[in-house]
Design a protein. Sequence first.
Lengths: 118, 118, 118, 118, 118, 118, 118, 118, 118, 118
Amino acid sequence: MSTDFRATLETFSNPYPHREYRIETICPEFTSLCPKTGQPDFGTLTITYVPDQTCFELKSLKLYLQRYRDHGAFYEQVTNLILDDLVAVTQPRSITVIGAFTARGGIRTNVIVEYTKP
Amino acid sequence: MSTDFRATLETFSNPYPHREYRIETICPEFTSLCPKTGQPDFGTLTITYVPDQTCFELKSLKLYLQRYRDHGAFYEQVTNLILDDLVAVTQPRSITVIGAFTARGGIRTNVIVEYTKP
Amino acid sequence: MSTDFRATLETFSNPYPHREYRIETICPEFTSLCPKTGQPDFGTLTITYVPDQTCFELKSLKLYLQRYRDHGAFYEQVTNLILDDLVAVTQPRSITVIGAFTARGGIRTNVIVEYTKP
Amino acid sequence: MSTDFRATLETFSNPYPHREYRIETICPEFTSLCPKTGQPDFGTLTITYVPDQTCFELKSLKLYLQRYRDHGAFYEQVTNLILDDLVAVTQPRSITVIGAFTARGGIRTNVIVEYTKP
Amino acid sequence: MSTDFRATLETFSNPYPHREYRIETICPEFTSLCPKTGQPDFGTLTITYVPDQTCFELKSLKLYLQRYRDHGAFYEQVTNLILDDLVAVTQPRSITVIGAFTARGGIRTNVIVEYTKP
Amino acid sequence: MSTDFRATLETFSNPYPHREYRIETICPEFTSLCPKTGQPDFGTLTITYVPDQTCFELKSLKLYLQRYRDHGAFYEQVTNLILDDLVAVTQPRSITVIGAFTARGGIRTNVIVEYTKP
Amino acid sequence: MSTDFRATLETFSNPYPHREYRIETICPEFTSLCPKTGQPDFGTLTITYVPDQTCFELKSLKLYLQRYRDHGAFYEQVTNLILDDLVAVTQPRSITVIGAFTARGGIRTNVIVEYTKP
Amino acid sequence: MSTDFRATLETFSNPYPHREYRIETICPEFTSLCPKTGQPDFGTLTITYVPDQTCFELKSLKLYLQRYRDHGAFYEQVTNLILDDLVAVTQPRSITVIGAFTARGGIRTNVIVEYTKP
Amino acid sequence: MSTDFRATLETFSNPYPHREYRIETICPEFTSLCPKTGQPDFGTLTITYVPDQTCFELKSLKLYLQRYRDHGAFYEQVTNLILDDLVAVTQPRSITVIGAFTARGGIRTNVIVEYTKP
Amino acid sequence: MSTDFRATLETFSNPYPHREYRIETICPEFTSLCPKTGQPDFGTLTITYVPDQTCFELKSLKLYLQRYRDHGAFYEQVTNLILDDLVAVTQPRSITVIGAFTARGGIRTNVIVEYTKP
């Protein structure tokens, strides 16, 4: 599954590859499906990374995240999966993905996943 | 007492056991009884943990926390007890439980308890 | 059912019965049970009234609202029922009860009920 | 189209049909598709009505609104259409539907539609 | 009792007696004693009036309100009493006193009293 | 000048011309030039209207407002001018335009202009 | 005194004299001196008016308000005085001046003055 | 003086003495007297401690803090004194007391005092 | 210049000289003059220090800061100068002064200066 | 290109070159053009630096940033470019530039760039 989605992501060359700087991208319009109930889940994704040679392109990120609209996955899976795809495509120096999902049954959940280039 | 409640908690296998990541769960609809006066107490529980092999399932957590509705316990006991139960059931790498209780007599109390796997 | 709960409410003589003035009481710690699922509901009740000869006593209101803790009723019923009880006991010049319930399935509901002495 | 969606809405008898009271329902997880671009739109729907003989059931409302997830319609159409469906199904004394959509191109739009029984 | 407190209030001539204008005074540091329990109550008083020939002086208002520090009175009495004293001393065209008291037992109360010169 | 800008605005047929409903459009990214100093001004435009036969199209509104980027006009002129153009193009039942401009010299200004079809 | 200050205010011709519209000007950097203690007072002035033939110029308003920096006057006088000067200079259809002064001795005061052309 | 007040504080055995956890207590209704002017001071006390063998009881803390109502002491003294009393009575592993006092003469002051068991 | 202002500052003996604790003083009513334009500047000063043998007295601080009312100095100078004066007069263990100035030309500036006793 | 813009920046001698202190400058009225679409971008620039011998002058910074109004550059380029120009002109001990851009397609981006003198 992941392979298919990942192809949506486009990149461009980091214009300042010699400098270590940070890009934060906040996506409050994320929605996927609960694999158990089929009901839609909603959340805000916050992606923070230090690019190396490559940055992801924002419009393609938007299209990539829209692919989850009809896709069933648990909170923990979704957040880890997006991290894996962004690491595979941009090979960043480091990256954090935070999935902050809206309340279900009066309970709200955030998943925080990090990666640092070895 | 703790044994009985604890059985309500269900778990599932951590889908990314090799990665160290964090799950935050916020439960603003917690209520128990004051053991001295029998009056209801209200609060928000925030549970943050780094899972190891096991995650707790959210619906069973909701049912577990509802068991406190008719149960008498002081703030310090409740918060430590919930930490003990979650540690016993999920054996996390680390976990924090914060109980933020509403004001009584103009005074508001938070209890913050942490555990790290030795 | 309503008769039984209503008896919990105590009153005192309005100390300024000749003046038309307003009392607002906000109760953010209301909880009852959903009659369909048995699951707890949570909400904030806001009661605003112009007393006539009688005011309700705040401690007895607290105990009265606690009676709903183990009681099953839909949002619309609960809010109308509380209005009926407060009207029966205090015979106010006018009164409004607002029940603002927490989100379920991503949907939040408020019920607003008013009464004016004919 | 509207007929098909409308059938999802279930109702129950207003428990207090003789009293004129108001129910507010806030749905922050609404999403539909832009008919021009195919891109998802997001927004918060706020429905306020004075029921007559019939109330709409909240779970069926949730399912009804989810039908728009794969449906293309402009902001003005969506908001008017939902009002039409709710009027047809519950025949309320009066109703207001507010669609507050998230920003596109730096511009944010709200649509406010009202109906009063003649 | 009221007579004694009232004498603390000093006034000055309204500098613009021919114009109908409004003065709002907000006092967030009000405290009195509960006559039943002897425990301190806390609240914010908001006084809004249209002066006629006379305005109350702010420093004397501060000293007047401090007289309640060791004085026992219920919320409804305190708010009505302060209105009575301010009316007696300044004879305003109209005046509103709002007493917004902090939560006790999880319940918060506001008392709103108004007077208009006949 | 106004004629030239106005041509940028595109419209579409009001899908519910028989119903009186309201559309609010908020544009926080407005910028023009001060005709006296040549310095850029910034503000938020809020347009609220009841359409008759015609609605303005949002993308063309965005392009229309961008025309002011290199255009010099005082706050009062800009706000009135935009109202005039929107009235000319959409012939609404009523419309309000609010221009809320950022502070200059520690002073902030809002201009509120309204039109109702005779 | 008033005459001297008033001369600082400059005006320009209302560019839309035939339309009734509103201009709000917010000045959070107002400061004057307390005539009793010589201590500085601070506040926010909000001026809202419907111009007739004349608008006041913003830079001259700033200089006019700065004249109060070394000037002693009570809250009620200052607010009424500024209204008088703005009425004299611009002859508006209507105008409101609100002086919201910072807390002294734990008490905060707002003065609201209005004028409508007869 | 301190001895007399201190006796009001009651304690109970820490139910989890082997675990290092934190208790935060927020008291927004603190009031004392300025020793120079005799005028009341108001503030919020925030007490955070890691208990060792003993916790302080919340109702007795409330009564202890009420003892300051008729007691004159400067901000710095009050905050240090409360820390001294709480250390003497509960012998905590560590404790912080923050006194955040309301504005006087336009100036607001916080005092932050810490203690760690040697 | 600095010498003259500095003399306004009065001190008192630190009541707890053996304990390292922190005092924060927030002054939102600071105003000085721009030396280039003569126009008034406004800002909030936040002073945080760990006293040694001496504390500054709050009323004298207020009078000291008022001396800047008719004094011309740039943001950087004012903030450093106040730090220098407070260090000279109280010889603190450490101190931070933050000057947060209001916007000019749409640009807002904060200056943060620190000192630690060698 | 950068050379041309950079010349707009004026500097003055750091009045306290021997002390290490920080200056924060917040510019919420930044706008440039998207090089791909030609559409305007909007954002808030926050510049924080520790000056060495030289500070940048605020009015010239305003004029410098206005040069981007008709200039096309991506978020990452703009933020890095401004850092480069400020480093070249003021040779600071250290500097951070944060560009926080408004949402496009429901996605918001911040770019954080830092420099420390070797």
